[in-house]
Design a protein around this ligand. Structure first.
Ligand SMILES: *Cc1c(COP(=O)(O)O)cnc(C)c1O
Length: 386
């Protein structure tokens, strides 16, 4: 058997070594506390679960769903966009439901990248921007995100040669893994840059609803001219604790949405209708569950950041996302500190370099563990970090 070259081209799975060590530690009975994976520990709100149960009992939901999604779900999305961002969207031409946003993020380059085209991706960033590009036959050019620039790419530093071949630029705020947040001006600048260079601006908005301290995350579609050159990916996964359900959507430029729709009819069918009805319940329903979720992450963020501060590790508490991006102590690399924490404290964190070379020198703590485990984790850290 011979695998395709494109599989060989995928970057190595950087967490493989950590996973192996975690499995070993668990096998010897270690009580592992994992700050590793960003998968919400809280249950989905009861009214959303009820909506799914009711919908699943209705045989009308049991057939192939339409590719373009239920009109009623797209209307809910459009109305949510209007009230949340003040952005008016046409629910027919400017919104496409997805089987989780990762599905659409991965497939976008298939519609927008020819062999040897370049995709500009944030470094560090969600790995799918790069792997999707590689599997579509394109080339990913990294845009370094560093603390000095507030983890915002320096657009003037993009090499001219790469820019000439580029067709897509990815952004993601609030950011995974850096937890950086931005104001609308960053999107305005990016939109005019992408228009000038004829790029599709693709914004991954997985965390816009999880923000703290009065900060409200903008949508890229609020920027002037965005509807000509930008799309935005949303997901119910993180804000509604629905990672296993697989419901997301992409919205924005009707030309881009048209291309993504054409592609999608050839790849899969739509989102299970019962899930779309649950999605309507999430978007139209009472907002208290989301508020409680956000409040819980804020508390956990403070527990972790205050704990780290008392050990002399100062991190600015992030204004959004479910992560804290922490510089490693002097003398350590991302990898060595991750291994040190696992060996000495049975704590798992995600090494920053796993998200791109500019993530070197950081580790990512995910806030998706219960408060008491988090407190126990902070106590263990206190014993080894001085
Ligand atoms: C979790 C995550 C996603 C994927 O969300 P799904 O809708 O569950 O596929 C996309 N982008 C980022 C940055 C994420 O962290």
């Amino acid at each position: 058997m011979r695998t395709a070259r494109r599989i060989e081209k995928l970057p190595p799975y950087l967490f493989a070594e950590i996973d192996r060590k975690v499995a070993q530690a668990r096998a010897r009975g270690a009580d592992i506390i994992s700050f590793g994976v960003g998968d919400p520990d809280l249950p989905t709100a009861p009214h959303i679960v009820e909506a799914l149960i009711d919908a699943a009992r209705d045989p009308a939901t049991h057939r192939y769903p339409s590719y373009t999604g239920m009109p009623r779900f797209r209307e809910s999305i459009a109305s949510w966009y209007g009230s949340r961002f003040g952005v008016k969207l046409d629910s027919d031409d400017e919104i496409q439901p997805l089987v989780g946003s990762k599905e659409g993020i991965f497939h976008l380059p298939v519609a927008f990248v020819d062999p040897s085209d370049v995709v500009l991706v944030p470094d560090p960033g969600y790995p799918v921007y790069e792997t999707g590009t590689i599997l579509a036959g394109g080339e990913a050019v990294l845009m370094p995100l560093v603390p000095e620039n507030g983890f915002v790419p320096d657009l003037d530093a993009i090499p001219q040669g790469a820019l000439e071949r580029a067709t897509v630029m990815w952004l993601n705020y609030p950011s995974n893994p850096t937890s950086a947040t931005v104001d609308l001006s960053v999107f305005e600048r990016a939109v005019s840059f992408c228009k000038e260079h004829d790029l599709l601006l693709a914004h991954d908005a997985a965390y816009t609803e999880i923000t703290f301290d009065g900060y409200v995350a903008p949508s890229v579609l609020q920027a002037d001219g965005a509807m000509d050159c930008a799309v935005e990916f949303h997901s119910l996964s993180k804000s509604y604790n629905m990672t296993g359900w697989r419901v997301g959507w992409v919205a924005g430029s009707p030309t881009a949405i048209e291309a993504l729709k054409r592609l999608k009819t050839n790849i899969d069918s739509g989102v299970f209708d019962a899930l779309q009805r649950a999605g309507i319940a999430a978007l139209d329903g009472p907002g208290d569950h989301l508020k409680e979720t956000v409040e819980r992450y804020r508390r956990r963020r403070d527990l972790l950041c205050d704990g780290l501060k008392s050990m002399g590790v100062v991190v600015e508490p992030p204004r959004g996302s479910i992560y804290v991006w922490v510089p490693v102590p002097q003398g350590h690399t991302s990898e060595s500190f991750t291994t040190f924490l696992l060996d000495e404290t049975d704590i798992v964190v995600a090494p920053g370099n796993g998200y791109g070379p500019s993530g070197e020198g950081f580790v990512r703590f995910s806030l998706t563990i219960s408060d008491d485990r988090l407190e126990e984790g902070v106590e263990r850290l206190r014993k080894v970090v001085t």
